[in-house]
Design a protein around this ligand. Sequence first.
Ligand code: GCU
Length: 427
Amino acid sequence: MRKHLLLPLIMLLGEDWAEAQQKTANYDESKIVPYTLPSLLTTESGGVVKSAVDWTQTRRPEVLALFEQHVFGKTPSQWGKVNFEVTQTLPKALNGKATRKHIRITLAEVPQWPGMEVMLYIPNGLNQPAPCFVGPSFGGNHAVSTETDVPLSTRWMRPSKDKHIVDNRATEASRGNESSRWPLELILDQGFALATYYYGDIEPDHAEGWKDGLRAALRPDGAQTIWQDGDWGAIGAWAWGLSRIADYLQTDTAINAQQLAVIGHSRLGKTSLWAGAQDSRFGVVISNNSGEGGAALMRRNIGETTAIITKAFPHWFTPTYSRYANNEAACPIDKHMLIALAAPRPIYIASAVEDTWADPKGEFLSGLNAQPVYDLFGLKGYNVTEQPPIDAPIGDFIAYHLRTGKHDVTRYDWEQYLKFAQRHFKK
Ligand code: GCU
């Protein structure tokens, strides 16, 4: 009984505890224990991957399975029929700049899951189907947009005074609180559409959140038993949501579904990487400040570590992952392999110089060490071996920048992503 009463506290401790760890973590490069990265190009039976065909047919499925078993868990293969209901279409949104659609995605055979509310902005006057960015938000559609007629999310939200979350629910004052991270007019002016959803539509982001989310709804036993090694975590579920948006976009003639770019920031950057790894319909993959559990190499014990992330946010991963706390060398993957899973598609990794918690150098190095796989396809990556100076983006099929400033998504970040997507979708 007492345990039950403590639950709400435990839910919040994760986030606060992780924040406290930021003050005492190691930030000294010289204290990193020397490490060797697992080989990308050696198969489990010891064979050497020599060609793009070897990679695609043999090694890639192995690497994907390793991420399922050890990091994110396996996404279920069945969820039945997916329903799309366009609940609203506003042809003159943002002063006529865009058409705004709201789409409710539900599962016909899983009525206990209330579904996800997708907001889609499509540039007006394009005369051709629009390429589209697809990304989850932390605050809901009403937080991404400043338009006051966007329906307010009614789902559970993390407590936040700044964001005007009261009793775990958004309020009118929460509108637009994430809009600086989604420069809508810039995106639309460059001829891109944007599809987004609130990640809490899939599952509330706390250790017990799965009980009220899709993961419990999809279990044959509901919320009865505990998670086993290899079962999917919340990141897997949030990534699943991105793929369902891709399903919808394939049915919308205003969208060029051959040109989808998946994007996410921080925990949702870990999510966009995992979505991009599993779903090749995302032709461009973007990780913004994804850090530990995302682009940052786990073997570099600097900033956030495997021990910290799996203690603070156990629900993000499959249970197996926590076994590598202070034992990274035993893990058969590192994050260069997550980047390589995007190949031959273009991938962009971004860091921020003050975001030392996310280990900017470790984020850079994962892209550098994914290059052998891009080489198999004859594709250039960074073209340099040292982390570039601040605000000097590099790279072709693997791109990187280290932005001035803090852990965030800024207009500068988006300017680079838009150029990157523009360049690759033209090819
Ligand atoms: C915490 C967590 C990070 C995560 C970040 C975020 O800082 O430790 O791993 O990326 O939250 O999602 O904002």
